[in-house]
Design a protein around this ligand. Structure first.
Ligand code: CDP
Length: 216
């Protein structure tokens, strides 16, 4: 089974995806980490993450251990991830890894193009959103918990800029798949979002008798 969870930054995709995966006994892949690790490799080499040749090479050379690095989040890493993610060569280099990951034992994957490009035939697709204000407050709290004090205005502007770049790029732009369930978490905490998502999954997997079905 493949469950695709897409949506803008800090909408709660990761927390939700991790909990769904755990509850269904499926592997989980945070695909944002792939783009983050590619961006990090380019920054480490003193390069510009917007350089297609360097970024594509970094994506082709990516190792699984790169995903375990502790410096994949925070201002420069966020921006670098978004920059490399707009490069078609980078996306092409990361596509096979994502498909293989899901094809082994099924998976829950979160990202921007899981339901549109990576697994267009996923069993269930969620497009998780939340208002910019709700996402700003969440990301601000996450940063604080990691000891980073970034003003709310800066967090808000960074999220808005990244969402805008993700939605407007030509390669795999951020958009809901036509058959995605739209899921707004603005007013839901992590527990409530999980309960509601599991109810939707249950309904999708066990639709019950349809009108017109004959009794057994
Ligand atoms: O955690 P957050 O929502 O802030 O970001 P993320 O999911 O880790 O993704 C970081 C960046 O990688 C995004 O801004 C996208 O530009 C890019 N990304 C992508 O293009 N496609 C994906 N499947 C996942 C992430």
């Amino acid at each position: 089974m493949i469950i695709a969870i897409d949506g803008p930054a800090a909408a709660g995709k990761g927390t939700l995806a991790r909990r769904i995966a755990q509850s269904l006994g499926l592997p989980y892949l945070d695909t944002g980490l792939l783009y983050r690790a590619v961006g990090r490799r380019v920054l480490d080499a003193g390069g510009n993450p917007a350089d297609p040749i360097m970024a594509t090479k970094a994506a082709e050379d990516l190792q699984e251990e790169d995903l375990d690095r502790s410096d994949l989040r925070g201002g420069p890493a966020d921006k670098a991830a978004s920059q490399v993610a707009s490069i078609p060569g980078v996306r092409a280099a990361l596509l096979a890894f994502q498909r293989q990951f899901g094809s082994r034992n099924g998976a829950v994957l979160d990202g921007r193009d899981i339901g549109t490009i990576i697994f267009p035939h996923a069993d269930i697709k969620f497009f998780v959103t939340a208002s910019l204000e709700a996402r700003t407050i969440r990301r601000h709290a996450e940063l604080l918990a990691r000891g980073e004090t970034v003003p709310l205005d800066v967090v808000r502007a960074d999220l808005a800029a990244r969402d805008d770049a993700d939605a407007k790029r030509i390669a795999a732009p951020l958009k809901p798949a036509r058959d995605a369930v739209m899921f707004d978490t603005s007013w839901l905490d992590a527990d409530a979002a999980f309960v509601e998502a599991m109810a939707l999954i249950d309904k999708r997997l066990n639709p019950g008798p349809r009108q017109g079905d004959l009794p057994a």
